[in-house]
Design a protein around this ligand. Structure first.
Ligand SMILES: *Cc1c(COP(=O)(O)O)cnc(C)c1O
Length: 733
């Protein structure tokens, strides 16, 4: 798919096998493995640990090793080891279901950009044997969550690390848990490494995934280890966080990683700081009993440790911030840890809880929000830390999210040469605006992506129709019940895409708030519209699940009231692959959260990178990506942040005001699509998205802004390249 720098047809796949004390790996040459390891283990600590509860990096959306093998037609071998590796890459499972949504996908995209840019970074996260969950949707029931069973052993790019000192045994780490009497139980984890290999196969980011699902662990540990964001009880939830934070230093030590800087992608892993503070108290302040340390001593140690920590806060929404009842924490953590938390995780509004966002806010040298608007909201939420909270607007990994068809179009123009290495070259699209060959290529690529999307959707609808007779599931789409085998949805019909987690503040049902108004726009003008919706609600989020059910319930009414001109289709089991097909194949990407609760919103950026315009509330990134008349449309409440209401309660979600605004905007959009030459108006918007938005909303630029916060030195050429990306944008204006 993606031409790589290694397009030397003489490349011998044997040269992609490499070894060290922890195992044998496939994907990069030995020199690359050695170099990456040397960077991460050198005594100067000149590298970064990126800590995240979830990492979304499914191989079915980005897999440079596979692409290289296929391009070079090196798909078989006589050598037994190589044969095994090749088979795994070409035929292995293509999902690593250890992510729940935007936070994980951002982590994956960030790490891929670090790999592309050859920045010495290592990631730590958890491996969940049961992933997040798999979503079945039944029109009568709504969302049904099913356990995912996947097989890390068979998944390409994942390796169980070996213990160098115990031949044949996996590397293991141990972390202590305590009961309320401070009796200790050790929990053991084995360590998987996912190699996030870059597209030229000359650098990679190791991700160490701690796997606590081992039989030797006590049942509650195994239970907490199984499923991402398992929230059966606050105890299980706290245990899960307690595996990540305290697991970090032991795994780094076991492998010999020396990184000085730690980057917290959200506060989930902040407990790592407790261990560092405890060490500081012991070793430098000579305090033997931490439970007796004074406030002054703790603050001094925390200040020292803070110098190592960088913190990204991702949301103003409550559910994104961990607070645990002190009694819950007493059942797993030692009293010396609780002594530190009393001070550092204090929550004046809720004295019986430890607040981990407050903790992370206190122990860092710099914190960042994920868009400019979100920075302003965060300043309001944390006035005491406002000085150190800056904005670094999120991005997405352009090599992952630009579709194959669009990539092929870009490749045909010398003005865009090198776009894979440098997303900044898209400013040159300005010169191609009136180039009719460019416009034709772009239009055809868009049509191709719409065809791919509709092939997927039509096949799904047909499949559901067949299932109706063979299973007890009522298919999620009213449309499946109507069609006979040759009725299909038509890709040339104006298509609105909406896909993300179903949380109430994201208001997936907003545009159906007044069905009569919506349908009258469609019917009076004879403008057909397909609405393609997708997304999961957290299994414990009953209000979120009921929004899914509402969407299903609206289908028949929409169809009937629009005289069949409008169809609302729900595509179950949203994941990265589906996201990739959707953002490229629709005509517009819709986002309608309650402002200012969407801190960033990255799916809209994925659309913009393919030239698909957004139709969105002025929230998150869109405040920065919207250019009037050029990149898309805005609608809805735009009140000042200072007066913003952060409430998520149903009657404060502004449905009436924002849906009304939507019904005023929609006709402008549809008119432009149906009444102007599509080759002109919508294509103009596509082109302006490429030229104004790709250079900014990509993770190379974002990584460059992060680097300015890290305490690391880069080599000459890398430094130069990164300062080039940093110049593309200043999030902090
Ligand atoms: C990009 C992505 C998200 C995040 O979308 P938002 O617009 O930020 O809500 C969630 N899930 C998947 C599978 C994605 O690819």
């Amino acid at each position: 798919m993606q031409p790589t720098l290694l397009n030397d047809s003489e490349l011998d796949p044997h040269s992609l096998i490499s070894k060290n004390r922890f195992g044998t790996f496939f994907g990069v040459p030995q020199t690359v493995l050695d170099k990456v390891w040397e960077n991460l283990t050198s005594p100067d600590g000149n590298s970064v640990v990126y800590i995240s509860m979830e990492i979304g990096a499914d191989p079915d959306v980005f897999h440079p090793i596979k692409d290289t093998l296929v391009d070079l037609e090196k798909t078989d071998s006589m050598d037994a080891t190589l044969k095994k590796f090749i088979k795994k890459v070409l035929q292995g499972p293509e999902k690593i279901p250890c992510y729940g949504g935007g936070l994980g996908v951002l982590a994956g995209d960030t790490l891929k950009s670090f790999a592309d840019c050859r920045i010495p970074v290592v990631a730590v996260s958890l491996l969940y044997r049961h992933g997040y969950f798999s979503q079945i949707v039944d029109s009568k029931v709504g969302q049904i969550s099913q356990t995912v069973n996947w097989n890390p052993e068979q998944t390409p790019g994942l390796y169980l690390l070996k213990d160098p000192d115990l031949p044949g045994e996996p590397l293991q780490i141990q972390i202590p848990f305590f009961n309320e009497y401070d009796q200790e139980t050790m929990a053991t984890a084995q360590v998987w490494m996912k190699m996030e290999v870059n597209h030229s196969l000359d650098f990679f980011i190791p991700e160490f995934l701690l796997d606590f699902s081992l039989d030797i662990n006590p049942p509650p540990i195994r239970e907490a280890a199984g499923q991402l964001y398992n929230s059966q009880s606050s105890f299980i939830k706290a245990m899960q966080r307690r595996m990540l934070g305290p697991g970090i230093i032991p795994v780094l030590q076991a492998i010999g990683i020396t990184s000085h800087t730690l980057h917290l992608n959200e506060q989930h892993g902040v407990v790592v700081a407790l261990q560092l503070i405890a060490e500081e108290l012991h070793e430098n302040l000579r305090i033997t009993d931490i439970a007796q340390a004074s406030e002054e001593e703790i603050l001094a140690a925390a200040a020292t440790v803070s110098q190592r920590l960088v913190y990204t806060i991702h949301t103003p929404v409550k559910a994104g911030h961990d607070r645990f009842d002190k009694s819950v924490y007493a059942g797993m953590s030692h009293k010396s840890c609780r002594h530190l938390l009393e001070l550092l995780a204090r929550d004046d509004d809720s004295p019986h809880t430890y607040n981990f966002t407050n903790f992370a806010m206190r122990v860092n040298r710099t914190a960042n929000s994920v868009s400019r608007l979100h920075r302003d909201v965060t300043h309001k939420q944390f006035p005491h830390s406002a000085d150190k909270i800056t904005a670094i607007t999120n991005g997405v990994h352009h090599l992952t999210w630009i579709s194959d068809a669009r990539a092929e179009a870009f490749d045909a123009f010398s003005q865009l040469k090198n776009w894979r290495e440098d997303p900044g070259v898209f400013v040159n699209v300005q010169d191609l605006k009136d180039n009719s060959r460019f416009r034709t290529y772009l239009r055809r690529a868009w049509e191709e992506d719409s065809r791919i999307l509709y092939d997927y959707v039509n096949a799904m609808l047909l499949n559901h129709r067949k299932q109706m007779t063979s299973t007890w599931i009522d298919p999620p789409n009213f449309f499946s019940t109507m069609i006979d085998t040759d009725t299909q949805l038509d890709p040339s019909v104006f298509t609105i895409g909406f896909a993300r987690r179903f949380s109430t503040y994201k208001r997936a049902d907003l545009i159906f708030d007044n069905m009569d108004t919506l349908c009258s726009i469609i019917v009076e003008n004879n403008w057909p519209v397909n609405f393609l919706f997708s997304g999961k609600a957290h299994p414990a989020d009953e209000p979120g699940k009921s929004v899914i059910k509402l969407i299903l319930d609206y289908q028949e009414e929409l169809h009937n009231k629009s005289n069949g001109l409008a169809n609302l289709i729900f595509i179950p089991n949203y994941d990265m692959n589906l996201a990739k097909i959707l953002v490229a194949g629709v005509h517009i990407w819709l986002n309608n959260p309650k402002r200012p609760l969407e801190a960033s919103g990255t799916s809209g950026m994925k659309a913009a990178l393919n030239g698909v315009p957004n139709l969105s509330i002025m929230d998150g990134w869109w405040v920065e990506g919207y250019h009037e008349g050029q990149t898309g449309w805005k609608f809805g409440h735009e009140g000042p942040v200072a007066e913003a209401n952060l409430s998520e309660s149903p009657d404060e979600l502004l449905y009436a005001e924002d849906s009304d605004s939507f019904y005023k905007t929609l006709p402008l959009v549809l008119k432009e699509f149906y009444e102007k030459d599509t080759n002109s108006a919508f294509l103009d918007k596509a082109i302006m998205n490429l030229c104004l938005n790709i250079p900014i909303f990509n993770t190379h630029r974002m990584a460059a802004e992060y680097l300015q916060k890290y305490d690391i030195k880069l080599s000459g050429s890398v430094k130069e390249q990164m300062s080039g990306f940093a110049k593309l944008y200043d999030s902090n204006l």
